[in-house]
Design a protein around this ligand. Structure first.
Ligand SMILES: *[C@@H]1O[C@H](CO)[C@@H](O)[C@H](O)[C@H]1NC(C)=O
Length: 343
């Protein structure tokens, strides 16, 4: 009798275990199946194709890890910002950084900074400003897989000062900088500096329009003919005194300003909305443009920043980055190497 009872006990346990395992196995594969489906939907949405099934499997695993990270982040409380499954969801953070960010600031041993700051005596600054509302900001552009953020940043600041000084909105050519500004530090898709882009625009006596010298996203041969047509020009450029968000505010209150940031974190890669307060360093590797500032509904002060990663990233291509942080360098180092062109 004892043996029989024992047998019953074992078989029940085994049955239960099997049933339990069965449920586990089924739910896990269902989860994977639905993740696979999400990856497929995502591929369709972003027009992604992989060269072979191995590559697809590899990208699926990265996609899954990223989606799990993003959802865990969004489910955790106490965050001012949300992450999203954007066009970068099948890239590891290392791949993402290697493809897009090529601001050369941290690689140059000695960066010559200008010392004059035309806004030094500005005392009254508005509590908020959005240069988009004044028509001084062109629609969001997309640098693609070319590391020429520096060109997009410099062009956006130049478009801003052109509109403010002439009253005429204009979209200018990044490709001209990529192709033609190659004699110094700037090296097209391999990286560059906004200040050196301003130097090129001054020496070239202007820049052509986006439509006449359109963006291709790869290093090309300089079209000297088109580079000789000047739709907008600048007379100089100045650096905002380093490590002062107050100084940066004086400048941004007057025009869109090029800023360098550390955009290497995965929270930056997947930023979707809200005021970004995320963890980031000060290894400047990306160029963007501060086109305003303000205070969010929950009272968090922010910089309004135009990026060049298309409209699927962030708030329709923009990011609001926390302003007035305790570090003098600003969040992600955004107060370290800001500069603007003068007209
Ligand atoms: C700021 O004010 C000081 C003192 O009046 C003056 O010397 C300086 O030239 C001013 N700076 C600018 C950029 O106007």
């Amino acid at each position: 009798m004892v043996a029989k009872n024992h047998f019953c006990y074992i078989s029940l346990t085994v049955l239960c275990c099997m049933a339990f395992l069965g449920v586990q196995v089924t739910s896990r594969s269902l989860q994977d199946a639905s993740m696979y489906e999400r990856h497929e939907q995502w591929m369709i949405r972003y027009g992604k194709e992989y060269k072979d099934p191995q590559e697809r499997e590899k990208r699926f695993k990265i996609f899954k890890d990223n989606v799990n990270y993003i959802e865990a982040f969004n489910n955790a409380a106490n965050k001012n910002y949300k992450l999203g499954i954007n066009q970068f969801a099948d890239l590891t953070n290392e791949e993402f950084v290697a493809q897009r960010n090529r601001f050369k600031g941290h690689m140059c041993s000695s960066i010559s900074r200008t010392t004059s700051f035309k806004y030094e005596n500005v005392t009254a600054v508005p509590s908020s400003i959005d240069w988009r509302q004044k028509g001084a900001v062109t629609p969001i552009k997309d640098q693609g897989q070319c590391g020429c953020c520096w060109a997009f940043s410099a062009v956006a600041a130049t478009e801003g000062i052109h509109k403010l000084s002439t009253g005429r909105p204009i979209s200018l050519s990044e490709q001209e900088l990529v192709d033609c500004d190659t004699k110094g530090v700037d090296q097209g898709c391999e990286g560059g500096l906004m200040d050196d882009a301003f130097k090129f625009i001054i020496q070239n006596r202007g820049l052509n329009t986006e439509s006449k010298y359109p963006y291709e996203g790869v290093d090309g041969k300089c079209n000297a003919n088109e580079a000789g047509n000047h739709a907008a020009s600048i007379t100089g450029y100045e650096d905002v005194p380093a490590n002062s968000e107050k100084a940066l505010q004086k400048a941004v209150a007057n025009q869109p300003v090029s800023v360098a940031i550390d955009a290497s974190g995965s929270d930056f890669q997947f930023y979707m909305s809200g005021v970004f307060t995320g963890t980031c360093g000060t290894e400047l590797d990306h160029g963007v443009t501060a086109v305003g500032y303000g205070v969010s509904n929950d009272g968090t002060a922010y910089w309004l920043v135009k990026n060049s990663w298309g409209t699927e990233w962030g708030e329709k291509g923009y990011i609001r980055m926390q302003r007035g942080v305790s570090a003098a360098e600003g969040l992600c180092g955004n107060a370290m190497q800001a500069s603007y062109p003068t007209a």
